[in-house]
Ligand binder design. Structure first.
Ligand code: ATP
Length: 340
C-alpha cells in the first residue's frame, strides 16, 4: 500500500532503525551510504536499495534521483553534521519534519529563548570568565558528542585553562546530577505527545572518575571529559514522568509560536540533568531522532505501553507518514518546501 513511496536516509546515525521501521510499515527503503559503509547497509534485507557516494556532502547531487524515486527523506543527527542549514533549506525533496525549527536549534541563544519560554529550568549562562561564581562547563561551538568540553572549578581555574581559547565557546553552570535523555514523538495528526524511551550516555572519562576515590585523585592530573562512547537504557521514577511529559508538551506548544503553525513535530529529545531535589535542568534539545533511540529498535517499556508491539522511534516516524498518506494528508508531516 505504501510501496510507491520510498523512505530514504543517509547511511549513518540511526539509519538502520529508520529503515527497519519504514519496512515494517510497508514502505520501500533506500540508504545513501559512503564507500566504507555501503557494504554494511547492503547486508540488511530490509533495505531495498543502497546508493553509494564518495562523501555524504554529495547527497545534494542526488536530489533529482530521490524525487524521481518518490522518496520521503527522514533526517537524523548526521544530516545536520554533513549538510549545511542552507542546503537543508534548498532541498525540495519531500522531507519529514519542519525545517524552520533548525534555525532555533542551531543557535544556542535562540534555543535558550525557546526552552526558557517553555518554562524549562536552564543552567545559568555566564557571559565572561570574570562572572564565574560556581563550577562551570565550557562548551566549544561546533563540538559534538561531548568532545572538547571542559569542567572549570572557578574564575581562577578559567583564567589558567580556558581564557586563552581561540574558538568560540559558551560558559554554563555545571549541574551536579544524573544525565537523562528523554526521547519524544509528537504527532501533528493526533495532536498528541508520546514519551518513546529514555537513555543515559556513557561518557569517558567522567563516568569512571567515581571508581577512583577522591582522596586518591588528589595530585593526579585528571579532569573530567565528556566523550560519548555508548548509551544505556533508563526507566524514570514514575512520579517524575508527569513532569517529563509537561516539559515536552510546553516545548511543542512554544515551537508553534516561534516556528510557524506546524512547529516542532516528529521525534525530538530533551537532554536533562536531574539534581538530588529531582529537578530537571535542560542542557539542550535535539529536534529530530537521536542516536540514543537505537537502544530501542525493538521498542521500549514506554512505547510498549502505547502500542503493545515493537515500536521504535524510527518505526513511529514511518507510522505517522503512513497515517498521513491514508488520510490524504501527507503534507501535514512534511516541511512546506516539499514538492510532491
Ligand atoms: P550532542 O550534540 O551529541 O547532544 P553535545 O556536544 O551537544 O552533544 P551536550 O549534550 O550539551 O553535548 O553535553 C555533553 C555532556 O556534557 C552531557 O552528556 C553531560 O554529561 C555534560 N554536560 C553538558 N552540559 C552540562 C551542564 N550544564 N552541567 C553538567 N554537565 C553537563
Amino acid at each position: 500500500m505504501n510501496r510507491p513511496y520510498t523512505i530514504a536516509t543517509l547511511g549513518s546515525h540511526s539509519a538502520l532503525q529508520i529503515l527497519k521501521g519504514a519496512r515494517d510499515e510497508g514502505f520501500k527503503t533506500l540508504a545513501i551510504a559512503n564507500r566504507e559503509t555501503e557494504r554494511l547497509y547492503r547486508s540488511f534485507a530490509f533495505i531495498d536499495d543502497v546508493i553509494g557516494v564518495d562523501r555524504y556532502s554529495d547527497f545534494m547531487g542526488l536530489l533529482g534521483e530521490l524525487e524521481a524515486r518518490k522518496c520521503i527523506v527522514v533526517p537524523h543527527g548526521s544530516f545536520v553534521a554533513y549538510l549545511s542549514l542552507d542546503e537543508h533549506k534548498k532541498m525540495t525533496v519531500p522531507y519529514f519534519g519542519n525545517k524552520a525549527v533548525l534555525d532555533w536549534e542551531a543557535s544556542r541563544e535562540l534555543q535558550r529563548e525557546w526552552l526558557a519560554r517553555a518554562n524549562l529550568k536552564l543552567p545559568r549562562h555566564f557571559k565572561s570568565g570574570a562572572e564565574i561564581d560556581r563550577p562551570v562547563i565550557v562548551k566549544l561551538y561546533g563540538a559534538g558528542g561531548g568532545k572538547g568540553y571542559m569542567f572549570i572549578r572557578d574564575a581562577a581555574d578559567f583564567e589558567v585553562r580556558a581564557a586563552h581559547l581561540k574558538e568560540a565557546y559558551t560558559i554554563q553552570e555545571y549541574i551536579i546530577g544524573v544525565p537523562l535523555y528523554i526521547h519524544y514523538f509528537y504527532s501533528p495528526i493526533a495532536n498528541k505527545l508520546e514519551i518513546m524511551s529514555m537513555d543515559r550516555r556513557y561518557e569517558t572519562n567522567v563516568d569512571s572518575l567515581g571508581r577512583i576515590p577522591a582522596a586518591a585523585q588528589e595530585g593526579m592530573d585528571v579532569s573530567p571529559s565528556y566523550v560519548v562512547v555508548g548509551n544505556s537504557p533508563v526507566s524514570l521514577r514514575e512520579s517524575m514522568l508527569a513532569e517529563a511529559l509537561r516539559m515536552g508538551d510546553d516545548v511543542v506548544r512554544v515551537s508553534k509560536e516561534i516556528c510557524g503553525p506546524k512547529g516542532l513535530f516528529g521525534a525530538f529529545c530533551i537532554e536533562t540533568i536531574i539534581t538530588p531535589d529531582m529537578q530537571f535542568y535542560v542542557m539542550e534539545i535535539s529536534a529530530r531522532i537521536v542516536a540514543g533511540t537505537n537502544l530501542f529498535i525493538d521498542g521500549s517499556p514506554y512505547s510498549y505501553l502505547n502500542y503493545s508491539e515493537s515500536m521504535s522511534t524510527g518505526r513511529r516516524i514511518a507510522r505517522e507518514i503512513k497515517t498521513a498518506l491514508l488520510s490524504n494528508n501527507l503534507r501535514s508531516v512534511l516541511d512546506d518546501s516539499s514538492v510532491l
